[in-house]
Ligand binder design. Sequence first.
Ligand code: HEC
Length: 105
Amino acid sequence: MLKKNNLWVLLLLLLTAVIFVGCSIIEGTNDNKKPLGQETKLTGQQLVESRCSQCHTLDRLTSKERDNSEWRKQAERMLDKSPDLLTEEEYELVVSYLQEQNSKQ
Ligand code: HEC
């Protein structure tokens, strides 16, 4: 007679395989969800154009020559007005962009 035990072992193995594959598919779907927008970082230029134009035009940034420390001070002053405007990291990007622009003029 065919050993019943072997059949059970085979079924158990099959079940484990199905669960295993099922889990990797679910995991795979989760991985695919991650890169959706959240992680995209804006460049200094994009940040300046989108955030620094909320209360005034960008003319304010070009109407006067400013040295590096002056830019840092101005950006910080704007952050005082609107603390949620930029994260620490974004602030640094904005400052370097403004300083870069200024030295080209
Ligand atoms: C919450 C509103 C607001 C945001 C957002 C904002 N500003 Fe301003 N900004 C002002 C106001 C109000 C003034 C004019 C009064 C003053 O200078 O404090 C001004 C003036 C300025 C000036 C002119 C200062 C001078 O000496 O004439 C600069 C330069 C400037 N902003 C840069 C920036 C930059 C860079 C950003 C983006 C990081 C930014 N602003 C975002 C409100 C804002």
